[in-house]
Design a protein around this ligand. Structure first.
Ligand SMILES: N[C@@H](CCC(=O)N[C@@H](CS)C(=O)NCC(=O)O)C(=O)O
Length: 100
């Protein structure tokens, strides 16, 4: 089963890290079976969380992970038009990299 390495749950919210939260949300929405392995960034291949282990592959960075999940399992964006895909990418860039 796919393993998701991320920060331990705290204060009853899914995750303090929005990158971890995003990755786990994608897994849940796409109906992919996974187990969580709480860990710290020091153990991660790129020094940052989340990362996954699937079929012997280790992959870091939530963007690359979602791309991998879309290709291998279930692409939740498959019904979107080009304009909707462009808008979603713009929103993603804004929220992930420029809002905090
Ligand atoms: N581009 C990465 C960013 C991941 C990231 O910044 N993770 C933070 C937690 S929110 C982290 O592990 N930081 C540890 C550090 O910077 O030393 C992704 O999308 O996964």
């Amino acid at each position: 089963m796919l393993r998701l390495y991320q920060l331990e749950r705290t204060w009853g919210i899914p995750n303090l890290s929005h990158f971890c939260c995003k990755t786990e949300t994608y897994l849940r929405m796409a109906g992919i079976e996974y187990e969580i392995k709480p860990t710290l960034p020091l153990s991660a291949p790129k020094g940052k969380l989340p990362y996954i282990e699937d079929d012997g592959k280790i992959l870091g960075d939530s963007g690359f992970i979602v791309l991998y999940l879309k290709t291998k399992y279930n692409d939740l964006d498959k019904g979107l038009s080009e304009a909707e895909l462009a808008l979603s990418l713009a929103m993603q860039r804004l929220l992930e990299e420029h809002l905090f």
